[in-house]
Ligand binder design. Structure first.
Ligand code: PFF
Length: 442
């Protein structure tokens, strides 16, 4: 049970409540949602199952598991790429996690009360563009995450996921009801559920695919690492179904809580990373007992972020301890210090280094885009190829069916997805974004 809860804890995080709504807002609403769900079902679920199987069979870290299964191949490099992705993701994820701490603080000191959307927006800008304050929260957050990793994660994560996750769901549902009943809220629902297919273009498709990988923690060895801890008795197919459903549910409910409120208050749905940090405080500010709800919500959001960042850290820590025979304590401290360099670059992207651009993006956007739109899909592509074409199908089936003890009705369908649909799908989306479709005239 503990590891299943940990996998859910990894998947459900800022990706669902912060990133999903803002990407959806920027990339056209319902059309994005439909694409997203398609990617989750056709690519996400089969790749998650493959990652679990690779990890549980290989019994090693994100890279070592490939080597155990195919000692002569070069597939272990996928794991190395995953470790790089984990670093870059932590580099911006830790900053947004730090923001959640600031917002717990602001909720405690009742700073949302009576403020309108414009004031809340300028408060966010003022805070996030500060040089020191956001970084301080990031450092505190990383120290807490590292302590949990060092104190032995399993119990803590299991307890927090089993108890706090349902609570998070209840709060998001309550916020959703409140949001939908605000004047003009219905326009937000329309934006979310009434698709305008003319909005679909190659960037929308790529960002929906990237979000599916990001939200399910796929394509970078996280679920391989956790898979290596999963008991041999666990029904991997069921676990995948549970984690995927829960993750998608939280994302959709978060969007239901955010968009009607945003439309009701005249907040631009394409606002960007600050969307949730402006919209929900605005809901709290006009709610009876709003301060209480705000405190609870931001605490739960930071816990969700914590269980996700722990899984990212675990990818890197497991890799360095197993591959370089380092002890866990120095490995963890080293990882945190290195991540903080990236965090600093990301955090300053909102302030003094706003104008510093690499490939036309700020550091924050660069880390975010490179991971979810390039590295994770590429990792997913190679993982699909490895599970579908390198591992003998018999071996894969034996692992997923717990040595033949489980009847697998879905195995052939899964094999088709992992052999053909997932690799071709990912490749087409990436090539399409590079404009190759235009050259070929399709
Ligand atoms: N899935 C997490 C979220 O949605 O917040 C983010 C994440 C965690 C991505 C762990 C990748 C990962 F390995």
């Amino acid at each position: 049970m503990a590891v299943v809860a940990a996998a859910a804890g990894s998947a459900v995080g800022l990706g669902n409540i912060w990133r999903f709504p803002y990407e959806l807002g920027q990339y056209g609403g319902a059309a994005f949602l439909i694409l997203y769900v398609l990617f989750v079902v056709l690519l996400g679920a089969p790749i998650m199952l493959s990652e679990f199987a690779i990890g549980r069979l290989g019994q090693s870290d994100a890279s070592g598991s490939f080597r155990k299964i195919d000692p002569r191949g070069k597939w272990w490099l996928i794991g190395v790429m995953g470790v790089v992705s984990a670093f870059l993701i932590m580099g911006f994820y830790s900053v947004v996690s730090g923001w959640t701490f600031e917002y717990i603080y602001q909720a405690f000191t009742n700073q949302f009360a009576g403020k309108d959307a414009t004031t809340l927006a300028s408060n966010f800008t003022e805070f996030s563009s500060d040089t020191v304050r956001p970084l301080l929260w990031t450092v505190i957050f990383m120290i807490i995450a590292a302590s949990i990793i060092l104190l032995g994660v399993k119990d803590g994560i299991e307890r927090s996921t089993k108890f706090l996750m349902p609570l998070l769901l209840v709060i998001i549902i309550a916020l959703g009801i409140r949001s939908v009943t605000l004047p003009g809220g219905i326009d937000g629902l329309r934006f979310l559920f009434q698709p305008d297919f003319s909005k679909i273009n190659s960037s929308v498709i790529l960002s929906a695919m990237g979000q599916a990988f990001f939200s399910l923690s796929l394509g970078m060895g996280c679920m391989i690492t956790y898979g290596s801890y999963i008991s041999k008795k666990n029904k991997l197919g069921h676990t995948v179904a549970e984690v995927t459903l829960l993750d998608t549910l939280v994302a959709v409910l978060a969007a239901v809580a955010i968009f009607p409120a945003a439309f009701s208050q005249g907040i631009n749905p394409g606002q960007g990373p600050e969307l949730v940090f402006i919209t929900l405080p605005n809901v709290f500010s006009n709610l009876p007992g709003g301060q209480f709800w705000a405190i609870l919500f931001f605490i739960l959001l930071s816990v969700a972020a914590l269980t996700s960042i722990i899984s990212l850290m675990e990818v890197v820590v497991a890799y360095v301890t197993e591959e370089f025979k380092l002890k866990r304590v120095p490995a963890t401290i080293g990882v945190v210090l290195a991540v903080l360099v990236f965090s600093t670059l990301s955090s300053l992207s909102f302030g003094v280094w706003r104008e510093v651009h690499v490939f036309g993006m700020t550091f924050f956007d660069l880390f975010d885009n490179v991971t979810s739109k390039v590295l994770m899909p590429l990792g997913g592509l190679f993982i699909a190829l490895f599970a579908g074409w390198v591992m003998p199908a018999k071996l894969l089936k034996r692992e997923i069916s717990n040595e033949g003890r489980l009847k697998l009705r879905f195995f052939n369908f899964y094999l088709m997805l992992i052999r053909y649909v997932a690799p071709l799908g990912i490749l087409l989306v990436l090539l399409n974004q590079l404009g190759l479709g235009k050259w070929l005239g399709v």
